[in-house]
Write a protein that binds this ligand. Sequence first.
Ligand code: P6P
Length: 329
Amino acid sequence: MEQSRIAHSIGIALDRFIKNNQEQFQYASGELSQLLRDIALASKVVNREVNKAGLIDIMGALGSQNSGGDEQQKLDVLANIRFTRALTKGGEVCALISEESESFVDLNNEGKYMIAIDPLDGSSNIDVNVSIGTIFSIYRRKSPTGTPIREEDILQKGSEQVASGYILYGSSTMLVYTTGHGVNGFTYEPTLGEYFLSHPDLKMPEEGKIFSVNEGPANSFPAAVKQYVQYCKDKETYIARYIGSLVADFHRNMLKGGIYIYPANSHNPKGKLRLMYECNALAFIAEQAGGKATDGKIRILDIQPTTLHQRTPFYVGSLRMVEKAESFC
Ligand code: P6P
């Protein structure tokens, strides 16, 4: 039976909201609540560093590369350290997958949860002051606690997520997450150091007029994508918006309706975005908000991962728009 939804009074603090809704978590033992609090705390520290980036020398590239060969920005590394430290301290996490780490990080055999995280997505935008984000997925481990981590704990389908969310470091900083009972958005009040419920029970409009795709490599798009993009261009009422920061593009579509597409292209034959720590989390949120997320054919949450950093084409957004895009595939 659908769990009754606790009345969401706008302005309630995140900690209070988590506590009020704790019984909705499948494992209401409190660890998942603590995990969400740990993530929120780390995001406050990252938020402070992101907002200071212009003032102290933590902008710019480190001169190193992450697992995918992407230029690591100093804030990438700082964010990875902050989230890893916060998630380690709590003791609830057995293992961590991060864009910034080649292999999974083995944290604590007693931990019941596995986290996949992109600590600072879109970090190439930091130097030009464009919004960036953190994306996270929370899974329950499969193997018994107290035993060594196994591959089955790490390579789980997105449909196995018990929670997912993102933090958008934008004109305001927002935390948006789901535990499988709808989506709620919280806005950070830095003078109080607290997140407050600002977008209760978020629903992605079923239709939209915004299409968000980087057409730079359009010549190498699959024919179906070229046809769909042309279809959007032929619709007088449609507009193109592309920020080039996944969380920002996704969040705009959450609120206004729209579709974000990162298809396969000649540079990225499997697409650019990562299944485990970018697409799965946003796909869970999109579906919980009434939207849809596929790779053009297969539901993102049904894809069985085979490697930590595998990429996938990504079509996500308003239900009717994704369905229309799929009809071209
Ligand atoms: P492109 C940022 O590097 C990122 O991972 C996402 O945040 C963003 O949506 C995408 O890549 C942008 O990629 O190829 O359009 O610059």
